[in-house]
Design a protein around this ligand. Structure first.
Ligand code: NI
Length: 183
């Protein structure tokens, strides 16, 4: 199990466009394994390769189980994923492992259809999905184009600290950070 460091949004790599993957080799499989470990180890729903410093078009998603008694959902791995169709709009709350401690309200599609390759290189199409899976697919594919959820905020003031400072006793830390020139 390898947890990789997650790059934060102020790292210029996060804003770069990732390259298409041409061949599936052991190095890519290792990256995928490490991405799944890193996502799970940080309680994330999804992770894109540039977040661990690899500018390659691969994403992983693992939907949380709906109740404790269920088995873990299998991770979804998509190589060279593309949104081929999207319909409708909805506003949803979102966060990102590269922007820890913040959440915002963003506009996302209501349904999305995504195609790509699975980790064995076989075509994989995820048809007309909704809910958290649709949101995660759009969010992670955005990462491959250097786009972050804060680019989709419904308005600039719909971004908030999370969890609330009083819940975590973070108030003092925030003050110290501000005194040093902002977060
Ligand atoms: Ni993210």
């Amino acid at each position: 199990m390898s947890l990789l460091p997650i790059l934060l949004a102020d790292n210029p790599i996060i804003r770069q466009k990732s390259k298409r993957i041409k061949g599936i080799d052991n190095q890519l499989q290792k990256l995928i394994e490490d991405m799944i470990d890193t996502m799970d180890g940080n309680h994330g729903v999804g992770l894109a390769a540039p977040q661990v410093g690899a500018l390659r078009r691969v994403i992983v998603i693992r939907l949380p189980k709906e109740n404790e008694s269920e088995e873990e959902n299998d991770p979804i791995v998509l190589i060279n994923p593309e949104v081929v169709k999207k319909d409708g709009e909805r506003n949803v709350e979102e966060g990102c492992l590269s922007i820890p401690g913040w959440r915002g309200e963003v506009t996302r599609s209501f349904t999305v259809t995504v195609k790509g390759l699975n980790r064995d290189g076989k075509p994989l199409r995820i048809n007309k999905v909704t809910g958290l899976l649709a949101q995660a697919l759009e969010h992670e594919i955005d990462h491959l184009n250097g786009v972050l959820f804060v680019d989709h905020l419904v308005s600039p003031d719909r971004l908030w600290k999370y969890p609330k400072a009083e819940e975590e006793g973070e108030e003092e830390i925030v003050e110290v950070a501000e005194a040093k020139g902002g977060l």
